[in-house]
Design a protein around this ligand. Sequence first.
Ligand SMILES: C[S@@+](CC[C@H](N)C(=O)[O-])C[C@H]1O[C@@H](n2cnc3c(N)ncnc32)[C@H](O)[C@@H]1O
Length: 202
Amino acid sequence: MTGVGPHPEPWPDDERLDPKLLALGDRRNVVDRYRYWRMEAIIADLDRRRHPFHVAIENWEHDLNIGTIVRTANAFLAAEVHIVGERRWNRRGAMVTEQYQHVRHHSTVEDLVAWATDAGLPIVGVDILPGSVPLDEATLPKACVLLFGQEGPGLSEAARAAVTGIVSIRQFGSTRSLNAGVAAGVAMHEWVRRWDPHPAGR
Ligand SMILES: C[S@@+](CC[C@H](N)C(=O)[O-])C[C@H]1O[C@@H](n2cnc3c(N)ncnc32)[C@H](O)[C@@H]1O
């Protein structure tokens, strides 16, 4: 059994807590600090702490990695996830995390660029392409959009033209590339390592 059972009485006097969860138990995939919290209270708390990086993924062929990317963006507390192209995406890998994560849709790369320009955010392409800068040596702006391509084609021509630069994750084996969801996880963790390091400085 995952999660926690009914909360022993008397219940804490805290309006963030959901009486139904207190009565029946909380089996959701949430960290312990949010046990028994109402979903809106969790989202409000996350909104107060979100990191200033955004994640964008091209979705022309219903890439199955999008769910993984949404879940990982939730774990690393990205400001928002942007899906470019098809509106529909496969939610399976997200494991319900999309309900706690702001997800915005853009029909075209141009729409994403217009949104990012208004928000004052540079778009950094992430792909293993000739001329890309290794991620571990690259300048990574604190507030930015990290844009990923999809399985197969990688970053589209429109996306390549729109980015301020392209960073790549160094590889050593025979495969041409990582899975897009894995690449997104590595890139988000690199952002966290640079901009929200462990408080003890370890
Ligand atoms: C499967 S890859 C596309 C591969 C590419 N078309 C190729 O085979 O040359 C899908 C996406 O994952 C991300 N990706 C995969 N490996 C990467 C790496 N080593 N560095 C940066 N991004 C990577 C990129 O966003 C890429 O667009």
